[in-house]
Design a protein around this ligand. Structure first.
Ligand code: PGA
Length: 247
């Protein structure tokens, strides 16, 4: 069983999100083999519509970002609890775009993880180093820090949290992390996680995954699934990834 998660970021509006969700649900209905766990992450505006489309199918829906308090005076924010009530199974937390564009700190990410767990949502905790950190030999340092802040003292059961290794330099650049390198990093992350929990924690890879390279990653035992951005926002490429991932 592997995870295949589609992060639509701010690419698709309501109409496009609903249309693409319908296509995916129709594709999954034709498939007998059940070796993929699928989820779509639409814009918040399309969230409830996409949930309606996916109802009764094998496709789950998740949020791209949430606030850490359940309710209150937080203009513009949507809480994990509200997402849960609207049908969210998963939440992307600490995506590099949130960290680097919107200035989220490790401590903010941790609060969101706690909020998701209290609301009964599985957080997908994104970690990753910048190109500069990688080139200066600081990759493990950065990942260690992010993991420690995210996981220290967490009391979770199997599959209640997911880690997504998404090197910042690989996101949306076409410069995907080489499978052998990904395998090494994922092995190291799995080892690091043992200091925080004995629960099973799936580790996904994300960063320039497309229909051509998807199989290289899914073939790795250390990669439990993929978080796909750009290539998941178009019907043709998402369908191609989906077909490649099922083989
Ligand atoms: P990408 O994005 O597939 O466009 O590189 C991945 C992500 O941001 O989750």
């Amino acid at each position: 069983m592997k995870y295949l998660f589609a992060n639509w970021k701010m690419y698709l509006g309501v109409k496009e999100s609903v249309a693409l969700a319908k296509t995916i649900v129709a594709m999954t209905r034709k498939i007998q083999k059940n070796n993929l766990r699928l989820a779509l992450f639409p814009t918040s505006l399309a969230f409830t519509d996409v949930v309606s489309v996916c109802k009764g199918s094998r496709v789950a829906v998740g949020g791209q970002n949430c606030a850490w308090t359940p309710a209150g005076a937080y203009t513009g924010a949507v809480s994990a609890q509200m997402f849960r009530d609207a049908g969210a199974a998963y939440m992307i937390v600490g995506h590099s775009e949130r960290r680097h564009i919107f200035g989220e700190r490790d401590s903010d990410v941790r609060k969101k993880i706690d909020a998701c767990l209290s609301a009964g949502i599985i957080p997908i905790i994104c970690i990753g180093e910048t190109r500069e950190e990688r080139e200066n030999g600081k990759r493990q340092y950065r990942l260690k820090k992010q993991l420690m802040s995210a996981c220290q003292g967490l009391d979770v059961k199997d599959n209640e949290i997911i880690i997504a290794y998404e090197p910042v330099w690989a996101i949306g650049t076409g410069d995907a992390c080489a499978p052998a390198d990904t395998d090494d990093v994922h092995g190291w992350i799995a080892h690091e996680l043992r200091s925080y929990t004995s629960a099973q924690v799936p580790i996904l890879y994300g960063g320039s995954v497309d229909a051509e390279n998807v199989h290289n990653y899914l073939a790795l035992g250390t990669v439990h699934g993929l978080l796909v951005g750009t290539a998941s926002t178009k019907k043709e490429s998402l369908a191609a990834i989906f077909r490649a991932a099922r083989v």
